[in-house]
Design a protein around this ligand. Structure first.
Ligand code: EPS
Length: 387
């Protein structure tokens, strides 16, 4: 299973093509729209989100509510495009070519590197595609993957652990349904009410100062069978593939599993999870410090993965940069942005992780129909219990 996205931030639409979905998968537009709506929310989002109302159109591969096995094409319209038709015109149009031309790269964005690499004198040709608007398309693909996971008894939830200097108190052992319920009610998708208020105050302050904030997001996946991914080759290790997917989300700079970077400070006996067995559960771990992975394969314990997002680099507060035409220094100051997109990024991360797990599931259990997949997973789970 694979997907590609296309589309610019202010072009007419975002497009996703998904190939390799099993047939007969109940395909819910509402469930995709629900994920898209979740991504649009969050305290600290800017004015663009008041313009957009992201909804998916299904263009192929689905008939009478089920996948056919053919590629699925999905489209999300950019409502803002009506204001950008001239600027984003694909036809040769010298009259408008100079309008809104960008010669001033923003520090922290793809602008300068992309312009040099692709030889663009108008950096709009870079930033339109590098914009985090593209994450709406990735969320749509992940929302489809979630529908596969759901049918195989795999659940996912995410929450915000940190925004700037405010860290949430860890809430242990909450059922994922409860995490989903509580984060949906929180404007910053945080489980700790006190931290939530502090996070919101910090976002207000950053906004007032023309600054931006990053943070840490945690995603948990339960019900994953043992043995997704493989130790035998570097590019089949599922934790590594999840790491790539997470760091590829705009502004994400790092990823950790379980206790993560803290493992460096602990002794081996305080890191590794002891192996247990019972008739009801089969093999399991006494703890889950490694976050659900050993040897690039799932252990059957919950996957616990965290991603760190840098503060959005589009700032009202000017940073020094250099104009690519005049080579004169200037102070970059940009009009419209989100001051904090960590709550939205939490939804993006949940969905990109869902995609990687669904893909690994279909690699372990190649199936042309969803019923075959469900049977294969169920039979494997029984075999694992008897191992
Ligand atoms: C973004 C800049 C802003 C954000 C955008 C990402 O858009 P605009 O330039 O139109 O104000 O709102 O995020 C989205 C459009 C989105 O859907 O998340 C950027 O430069 O990355």
């Amino acid at each position: 299973m694979r997907y590609l996205t296309a589309g610019e931030s202010h072009g007419p639409q975002l497009t996703v093509i998904i190939e390799g979905l099993p047939s007969q998968l109940p395909f819910s537009k509402d469930k995709i729209d629900e994920q898209l709506a979740r991504r649009q929310k969050g305290y600290g989002r800017g004015r663009r989100m008041q313009i957009e109302k992201d909804q998916v159109q299904i263009l192929s591969g689905v008939r009478f509510g089920k996948t056919t096995g053919a590629p699925v094409a999905l489209v999300i319209e950019n409502k803002d495009w009506t204001h950008w038709k001239k600027i984003m015109n694909p036809d040769p149009n010298p009259e408008d070519a100079e309008k809104r031309r960008i010669s001033r790269p923003r520090p922290g964005h793809a602008d300068l590197n992309g312009a040099i690499k692709y030889n663009h004198r108008d950096m709009r040709d870079v930033l339109e595609r590098s914009s985090a608007r593209e994450t709406a398309a990735r969320v749509a693909a992940g929302a489809v993957a979630r529908q596969i996971l759901e049918m195989c008894g795999i659940e996912i939830a995410g929450h915000v652990l940190r925004i700037g200097e405010v860290e949430a108190e860890r809430v242990l052992d909450l059922p994922l349904s409860e995490i989903r319920r509580r984060t949906e009610e929180s404007p910053v998708r945080c489980l700790d009410a006190q931290a939530e208020q502090k996070m919101m105050n910090l976002i207000d302050q950053a906004k007032k100062e023309g600054d931006s904030l990053g943070g840490i997001v945690e995603v948990i996946v339960e019900g994953v069978p043992i043995g997704l991914g493989s130790h035998v080759q570097w590019d089949r290790k599922l934790d590594a593939r999840i790491a790539q997917a997470v760091v590829s989300i705009n502004a994400f700079k790092g990823v950790e599993f379980g206790i993560g970077f803290e493992a460096a400070q602990r002794k081996g006996s305080e890191v590794h999870d002891e192996i247990m067995w019972s008739k009801e559960r089969g093999f399991y771990r006494a703890t889950n410090r490694l976050g659900g992975f050993e040897g690039g394969m799932t252990t059957g314990e919950p996957i616990v993965v965290r991603g760190v997002m840098k503060p959005i680099p589009t700032l009202y507060k000017p940073l020094k940069s250099v104009d690519i035409d005049s080579k004169e220094p200037f102070e970059a100051s940009i009009e419209r942005s989100d001051s904090c997109a960590v709550p939205a990024a939490c939804v993006v991360m949940e969905n990109v992780v869902a995609w990687e797990i669904a893909q690994a599931l279909l690699e372990k259990f190649p199936s042309d129909t969803v019923d075959e997949l469900i049977d294969n997973v169920a039979r494997y789970r029984e075999r694992v219990l008897e191992f």
